[in-house]
Design a protein around this ligand. Structure first.
Ligand code: SF4
Length: 458
């Protein structure tokens, strides 16, 4: 038992987190920055922070994650990091030649109080930013929020600092995909294309953190939204933002700056959320919903119908990021499953409100927690077990100790592959997700069934 010290008895804790269900803001900021073509994320802080952020992202994406750092030492910690950042920008443009540098802060530079926009202005004045190159920044203090907050802050900075427009609406729409995998971003673009839409997606990490092996190292892979595209997002007809926690701030900022009306939707994971996404695209599409999309939907419905008997009534515990948990819970309810424990490490009352809408009637016994930790989730499970656990790789300890079928979902996944290559959004993504859930449940059934009722066909 790896977690043998987790007691069943739950005592109130206010100032202690054990096994957090989140990580720190800059990790989200780096992931968002990688979704811009030829962007080098830059960590304004100490080397240790940047090393941790890069290694966490590298372990999840199985790709070398590039980021630079201001490399604070004792001097910068006392006197501020301006000199370090100016030197860093000079080095970065001279040696690595990105089109854009996206700076995020760390706990240390935030505590010192470094004014990063002012330092960027000074870098311009000192001629350290070459003609045509761009530097943006986001404030990402990690003692508040989580990697989700950092992602949201950087996407908002992209929307405000990279956007442009000529004041003439064109026939494109902006898609802000939220924190999803590169395969999901690719799938969202495909669905928009099938609907006949011109879209600009930002950020877009497809082709960046899942780039092919070519035998040649590419500092800046082919993917990512281009700066020239970002310059046009102010002229878009509308913005569709997926995920309140990750995309709402950017969509509203763009609306306020350029009057681009926005719709905030749940991540299109599962049947209903994908239906809402497709419906939201319809007014901007020159086509009716094409038969190909109806067909995909029908196949997901068919799969659910065929397999419902193995899913109905199963108790599920899930943890991870709020936007994903919201849509996953709704999907599980549609599958007739019972998401009885839902826990995120990210803080936000709007998570509780949305979960109440989804689970209030369907699963009234459900326990939902924001700003929670994996230790608490384990205690809940110890008190009343579940049939399935869904969450990132840190859930494997609970799954092993309590002998629960486990589906890896979310961030980080450090001990499996596939999460970056196969989508879970859209109808096809729903099928992949359902297949994975069914797989572990049927494996368990096979394992536990006595010999006399062991079935070849299920
Ligand atoms: S929590 Fe703060 S100090 Fe720790 S790695 Fe993240 S940014 Fe650095």
């Amino acid at each position: 038992m790896l977690l043998r010290h987790t007691p069943k008895e739950i005592n109130p804790r206010k100032a202690l987190t054990i096994n957090p269900a989140k990580t720190c803001q800059p990790i989200g900021a780096i992931y968002a920055s990688l979704g811009i073509h030829k962007c080098l994320p830059h960590s304004h802080g100490a080397q240790g922070c940047c090393a941790y952020h890069r290694s966490t992202l590298t372990r999840h994406y199985k790709e070398p994650i590039m980021a630079a750092t201001s490399s604070f030492t004792e001097g910068a910690s006392v006197f501020g990091g301006q000199a370090n950042l100016l030197q860093a920008l000079d080095n970065i443009f001279t040696i690595y030649n990105p089109d854009i540098v996206a700076i995020h802060t760390t706990c240390l530079s935030e505590t010192i109080g470094d004014d990063v926009p002012q330092i960027i202005s000074k870098a311009h004045e000192d001629g350290k930013i070459p003609e045509g190159k761009v530097v943006i920044s986001a404030s990402t203090p990690s003692y508040v929020g989580s990697h989700i907050t950092g992602f949201s802050n950087m996407v908002k900075s992209m929307a405000l600092q990279l956007s442009g427009g000529e004041g003439r609406k064109n026939d494109q729409i902006n898609i802000i995909p939220g924190w999803v995998e590169p395969a999901d971003m690719r799938e969202l673009k495909r669905l928009c294309q099938e609907m006949g839409l011109n879209t600009i997606m930002f950020p877009d990490t497809s082709g960046v953190v899942d780039s092919p092996q070519t035998g040649k190292f590419q500092m800046y892979p082919q993917g990512g939204v281009g700066l020239h595209e970002m310059r046009r997002i102010g002229d878009s007809e509308a913005t569709i933002a997926l995920g309140k926690f990750t995309s709402q701030a950017a969509a509203e900022a763009l609306d306020a700056k350029y009057k681009v009306p926005c719709q905030i939707l749940d991540l299109p994971i599962g049947l209903k959320a994908t239906d809402r996404f497709i419906n939201a695209l319809r007014p901007y599409s020159r086509l009716k919903v094409p038969e190909s999309i109806n067909y995909e939907r029908g196949r997901l419905v068919d799969m659910i119908t065929d397999m419902q008997q193995y899913l109905a009534g199963k108790r599920v515990a899930l943890f991870g990021d709020p936007d994903q948990l919201i849509s996953l819970s709704e999907f599980l309810v549609d599958l007739d499953m019972r998401p009885v424990y839902v826990l995120t490490g990210t803080r936000g009352k709007k998570f509780l409100r949305r979960m109440q809408e989804i689970l209030g009637q369907a699963v009234p016994e459900a326990k939902v927690q924001h700003a929670g930790d994996i230790f608490l989730l384990h205690q809940w499970i110890k008190n009343e077990p579940v049939d399935l656990l869904l969450g990132n790789s840190y859930g494997k300890y609970i799954a092993r100790d309590e002998d629960i079928p486990f589906v890896r979902y979310g961030f980080p996944i450090t001990d499996r592959v596939g999460h970056t290559y196969f989508p879970s959004v859209g109808y096809q993504g729903g099928m992949q997700l359902l297949e994975r859930i069914l797989g572990v449940l049927l494996d368990r059934k096979d394992r536990d069934t006595p010999e006399e009722s062991f079935e070849l066909v299920m």
